[in-house]
Ligand binder design. Sequence first.
Ligand code: KIV
Ligand code: NA
Length: 264
Amino acid sequence: PARIRTHHLQAAKEEGRRFAMLTAYDQYAAEIFDGTGIEVLLVGDSAANNVLGHATTLPITLDDMILFSRAVTRGASRALVVADLPFGSYEVSAAQAVESSIRLMKEGLVHAVKMEGGKDHAETVRAIVRAGIPVMAHIGFTPQSEHSLGGYRVQGRGEAGRQVVDDAVALAEAGAFCVLMEMVPADIAAEVDRSIPVPTIGIGAGSATTGQVLVWQDMAGLRHGKQAKFVKQFADVRSVLADAARTYGEEVREGTFPGPEHSF
Ligand code: KIV
Ligand code: NA
């Protein structure tokens, strides 16, 4: 099947269809999700949490993101692959943001970049778009700013809802092909979707967005512990893996694996 491109997501919005995005950080996840028709794969800087074991997304580097991006793009033949600009790779200047985005495209082989930040970042979005690189904007709760936002909290409640809508409008005007909203009230997300011509993607943003995203380890139940309210666990992959590893370990210890059929 032909590659999903940004205009297909735009058509989805115009025709009232929804689409799905999942994070992916490696070849197999990319290949499996791509094969099921997931339209967009996000090489999220959440690899910091979900692969590297960090507590926040702040430590991951542009080089790390390029490594994960290369693995995902090798595994995905149909999905649009988007990579996050990690913390520290775009805030200094528009030139820095363009250089980092070029590296993600040239070395990571992704098809678009995602950048956190509201209307203060509109000029940066414009500069990246001018370089021929599609930009997905990320507003609402932006994990790279968790220390200034005071932790994981819903953004845009009450009066602050106006700000979220204004951010989305400014970023769409600057040329973002899509606006992702994390942890914003459903009515504000719906207003954003009505206020901009480009598709929206939600995570903890209700059901009126054009698309939806989840972290794959949350979606598949690989991660244990308390989940965010916006997570739905569609499988229990952690138990499946643990059962496989437990049985393997037992068979090795009791001498039933490897058997004659596994031997040369
Ligand atoms: O890095 C990530 O996983 C993300 C999603 C939560 C949108 O940015
Ligand atoms: Na991210």
